[in-house]
Design a protein around this ligand. Sequence first.
Ligand code: G6P
Length: 366
Amino acid sequence: GAASKGEYRHYMLKEIYEQPTVIAAALEGRLGEEGVLVESFGPEAAALLQQARQIHIVACGTSYHAGLVARYWLERYAGIPVQVEVASEYRYRDVVVPEETLLVTLSQSGETADTLAALRFAQNKGYLSSLAICNVPGSSLVRESDLCLMTRAGPEIGVASTKAFTTQLVALMLLTLATARAKSRSVDPAILSALRKLPDLCRQVLGLDREIEALSQAFAEKQHALFLGRGAHFPIALEGALKLKEISYIHAEAYPAGELKHGPLALVDSEMPVISIAPNDDLLGKLKSNLQEVRARGGQLFVFADEGVGIDEQEDTRVLHLPHIHEALAPLLYTLPLQLLSYHVAVLKGTDVDQPRNLAKSVTVE
Ligand code: G6P
C-alpha cells in the first residue's frame, strides 16, 4: 500500500520510483485526440482561459520551482505573460493586478500557511479567477479556489518532494496546452506525443540509478555544490540544489549558467563540484561555453546531457546521458537524475533521508 516502503530503503526512493506510474495517472483521461481536454480544469475553464490575459503563480518551496518552469512554458507555448512568486513575499506586497489575470496557486499539500494566506489575500484584488493545482483533494486550497486540477501523485511521505513535483509539472504542461488551445494557438503536436511517452522515458532514466549512485561518491566529502541550467532548466537546477540541501545538508546553489561570470565563477575550484543540465535545446551552444569557463578554472563537472549533444567524458568532466526527449518536456525528465543524486549522497552521508532535520512535510503555520 501507499503507506509502506515495500522493498525500498526509504520512502523517498520509493516515491522517486513511482514517478512513471503517477505521471501516467496525472495524464489519464486528460488528453484527447486533438490535445488536452480543457474541461479537465472544470466546466468554465475554456471560457476563463480564453479570457485570461496574464497569469500570476504563487507557491512555496518545491512547488515554487514548478511555477518557475511553468513561466517558460506558458510564455513560449501559450503566449501569455506570467509572474511567479513565493507566497511569503507575494502576500505582503502591494500587488498590482492587471485586468483579466488568472491566479494559480501550486501546493502538494494544499495546506501551506503562506500559500493559503496568499490566496485569501488575493481574493479581493480583482482576479479573473483562481486555480489550485494540488495533490490533496478537499484540502483548504482546493476548497477555497474557483478551479482545481489534482496532480494524483498519491501520498508523499518523504519530506523532500519528488513525485509531487513532477506531477505538478505535468499539470502545468496540461495548463499550458489548455491555455494555448483556449486561445486557438497551435502547438507542436510532437509535445503531445512526447507527453504520452513520458512515463516510459522516466522509466529509462530510472535505469541510470546505479551510475548515479556511483557518481554520488564524489559528493560525500564536499561542502558545497553549484547547479547550472539555462532556460526552463534553471528552475530544475534550483530544485536540484534544494534537494541536495534538504537531505544531504551540503550547501548548494543554483545559477542560470549565463550568470556564472557575474560572481559564482569566483567560487569554482577543484573542491566545488558543478552539476549541469544539458538537454538538446537552442541554448546548448551557450551552455557548452559556460561549461568551458568552469573547466578553465579547474572545476569538476558533472553533466546530465542528451545522448546527442556531443559533450564527452574527460578527466574533469563526468557525463551521464539521458534519452532524447522533446525539449518542452526535458525539465521533467532531467529532474529525476538530480533527485537520485541527492538521495544517494544523503544515504552516503547517513542523514535521515525521509525526515531531514528542521524541516516539515507541510508548513501550516507562518
Ligand atoms: C515544505 C516541504 C517542501 C514543500 C513546501 C511547500 O517546506 O518540506 O517539500 O515544497 O513545504 O509545500 P506545498 O505543500 O505547498 O507544496
